[in-house]
Design a protein around this ligand. Sequence first.
Ligand code: GTS
Length: 207
Amino acid sequence: MSGYVITYFPLRGRAENIRLLLGDQGATWEEEEVQMQDWKSGNLKKEAVFGQLPKFKDGDFVLYQSNSILRYLGRKYDIAGGSNQESALIDMVNDGVEDLRLKFARAIFYEPETKDKYEADLPNHFSAFERILSQNCNGTKYLVGDKISYADYNLLDLLQTHLALFPACLSTFPLLTAYIDRITSRPKLSEYLNSDARKNRPMIPKR
Ligand code: GTS
């Protein structure tokens, strides 16, 4: 066993990009599911550095903040850039994914009255990622460089979440559409994506 443990609510949510990375890198991990009633009544929230999940354990090493976990695993699996500049570009794109994830959460969970406006605005957000892809090997590879990076798993997760809620949202983005097909057909990732564990895990919380 790898000694990895993901502690999170029974959701894809903010842990799914970590699972995509681990699955594609051929790692195994344990899931520690936290039910909301236990989270509210127990000590887990008090123990969490910022009072939130996901929590990630690598043996005795404990880490919070999903993007820090991604970067930690990115360095561990050598998918965080081959030079300082490449690493900085991967960080930059990952920050862009985080910005969109926060907008998504606001529109879907906190200000649902803005959902239609958010959907109408999506092309403005996706065009940035389409352009980033087009500028790297004409969109035939990944976000940065010629091998997958932790930011690719983060973007893939966010795109898949959007496709589930807004099925036509990528219809005018051929490079992003091909990128999703290319990444999801990687054998180990495909195995994870087709697993019951993934399929049975809800994408977002029911509200
Ligand atoms: N920046 C944090 C990260 O990326 O890990 C945000 C984590 C976060 O917002 N966690 C939420 C949480 O713990 C759950 S979710 O938004 O990921 O679904 N909520 C419970 C609480 O008590 O705040």
